[in-house]
Design a protein around this ligand. Sequence first.
Ligand SMILES: Nc1ncnc2c1ncn2[C@@H]1O[C@H](COP(=O)(O)OP(=O)(O)OP(=O)(O)O)[C@@H](O)[C@H]1O
Length: 434
Amino acid sequence: MSWKKSTELMDTIRHYANFPATGVSLRQMVQFGERPSVGTLFRASQFMSEELPIRLAHRVQELQELPDGLGDMPSIGRVRDWYAQSFEEITTLPKPTLSSEIRERLLKPQNGKNSRILSEATRNPSVHQGQYRSQLHHNNDNAERKNSLKRYYSAGDDTNEWPPELNDYNTRFSKTLEKIKRRHDSVVTTVAQGILEYKRKRQRMQIDHNIQAFLDRFYMSRIGIRMLIGQHIALTDQRAHSDPNYVGIICTKTNVRDLAQEAIENARFVCEDHYGLFDAPKVQLVCNPDLNFMYVPGHLSHMLFETLKNSLRAVVETHGQDKEDFPVTKVVVAEGKEDITIKISDEGGGIPRSAIPLVWTYMYTTVDQTPTLDPDFNKSDFKAPMAGFGYGLPISRLYARYFGGDLKLISMEGYGTDVYLHLNRLSSSSEPLQ
Ligand SMILES: Nc1ncnc2c1ncn2[C@@H]1O[C@H](COP(=O)(O)OP(=O)(O)OP(=O)(O)O)[C@@H](O)[C@H]1O
């Protein structure tokens, strides 16, 4: 365990954990990322090389201070090591030596016609203040941090007359991020494994409120870190710029109907496969074909697929696998000024009212046997074939809230369930880290 050896590293981590994370909005990410120059990417790398260690440091500290011996579980230790190692890799990456002229140019946003003013990030409407913030004490040094965010975005120049050291550094930085992203691929499964170890050791049936709140914060933070990293890698990789509707991994014209249709097909396919059905229960989609908005298609696909899978499973299990004609699940997409709302209504028998709070807890599932968690299985994402880990709903709700949306569930026991997926289309709300 390398991080244990180095008290120096732990001191640096403790120092970084004193600073609060700086939340970024979807719109800010897009404003920044349109046609980035070498200089712009370099500024972004600088922002990231401060911001990511802060976010990683919070996680290391929190993983160290977990209640009730949870932090002693071997899988939790592994995850903590990954976070510490990634922290170290970013903070020790050598920076180029730059002339004072270049340093000044980098600091000063250009005031010419190309300069862009960054829109303000608004408060995330889906969370109350501090809900996902790390519980650690922050010192109050926020002003300088805010400025570094401004520098990140006040990139006005689109000239490419920068010294080659900048480009070299950008490439090295992006490569480091790629490695880190890969290292953290199996964090969700490994933490889940840690929770199982804890439940077994402590003979707990459910996790308590503190651990639930920790997992919410932890996974929310992970979504944010991976969003920033994914966006930065995609922007650095010039080959990724071929589709004009994409800025990094954000699609400015995400077509809701196409994505919903694809999620329906995937969920039905998985359902047929799992239950050995010739034809999965049908899903009817009502959606304006021209409805486009700015979003991360990967996030939306994930949320739709998870909720549809739940509905199809409930329908098959309530009506029996031998049934010829299942009731149709309806997906209705409504277009408001503030939100796009997607309602998924099934006739899968609903959920008893007493179990509703449980569906939002991690590891709650009505699948009898939780599949064994092999950390090497399906590293890139946490997708169980049909169901079984009890992560689908809570993680989907975090994705929705991350960009100012929400996920709600209303059930009529004995009939069916309605899931409302609200997607905020104003795109101005900050990541829920404040
Ligand atoms: N549409 C629905 N109808 C009835 N029950 C549902 C519905 N959606 C969710 N549930 C209940 O909530 C539980 C938790 O759902 P969740 O999606 O979080 O996990 P899961 O589907 O069991 O496992 P996975 O992690 O693979 O998604 C399910 O096991 C099921 O009992």
